[in-house]
Design a protein around this ligand. Structure first.
Ligand code: GRF
Length: 207
């Protein structure tokens, strides 16, 4: 029996595509059962439809505040309950009202080597900081932004002539590799959040 996964997106959906492609591999331990998006025209919705995956739009502009938006997100999940919720290019800050009931079953990917460069514009900030390397982090989501326990990281070199776009493209290739790996670990029952840390096969993952 495959692990039912719901993916939340906001835009391009390239990480969603990586997950759809990986889940389509025979023997994959998970399936993408629903895609929820906060923007009605996101390209990621086209990707889901092409893959035959049910979609739902919960447009944040229809709600007076974050709490009301998050309540509708929770209702969308309750209508088709997943075992894992994956944020993939999801650009809304979630409240603890959403995160708490899904703690331990909610993942995110962030385009930096956390704890470095939390927040937005990570590629230009890494360049401005003169960092020698950059990358992406898959982590469990906790109420504090981009602060949850790290599950998996990928590192890429920063090259002298790098622009933010060139660096972002290099990082994205790695995102598409590590996110499916982390979801597989969870679906196989190997990855857990316990005592505020990520554990793989019964051992804590080094922070
Ligand atoms: C990616 O860099 C991801 O790390 C960040 O959003 C960007 C776009 O992701 N969270 P996607 O192409 O929409 O999956």
């Amino acid at each position: 029996m495959t692990c039912p996964v719901t993916v939340l997106i906001s835009g391009e959906g390239s990480n969603l595509q990586a997950l759809l492609d990986d889940a389509a591999i025979p023997g994959a331990p998970y399936r993408i059962q629903q895609v929820v998006c906060n923007r009605p025209n996101a390209h990621g919705l086209d990707r889901a439809r092409e893959a035959g995956v049910p979609t739902e739009v919960v447009d944040h502009r229809d709600f007076p505040n974050r709490e009301a938006f998050d309540e509708q997100l929770l209702a969308a999940l309750a209508a088709r309950p997943p075992e894992l919720v994956v944020l993939a290019g999801f650009m809304r800050i979630l409240t603890s009202g959403f995160i708490t009931p899904w703690t331990g079953r909610l993942l995110n990917i962030h385009p930096s080597l956390l704890p470095a460069h939390k927040g937005l514009h990570t590629h230009s900030r890494a360049l401005q900081a003169g960092d020698r390397e950059h990358g992406a982090t898959v982590h469990f989501v906790v109420p504090e932004l981009d602060a949850g326990p790290t599950i998996l990281q990928a590192r890429v070199p920063i090259l002298p002539e790098d622009t933010p776009d060139a660096l972002a493209a290099r990082v994205l290739v790695e995102e598409h590799r590590i996110y499916p790996q982390a979801v597989r670990w969870f679906a196989q029952g190997r990855l857990r959040l316990r005592d505020g840390r990520a554990w793989l096969d019964g051992s804590p993952i080094a922070a």
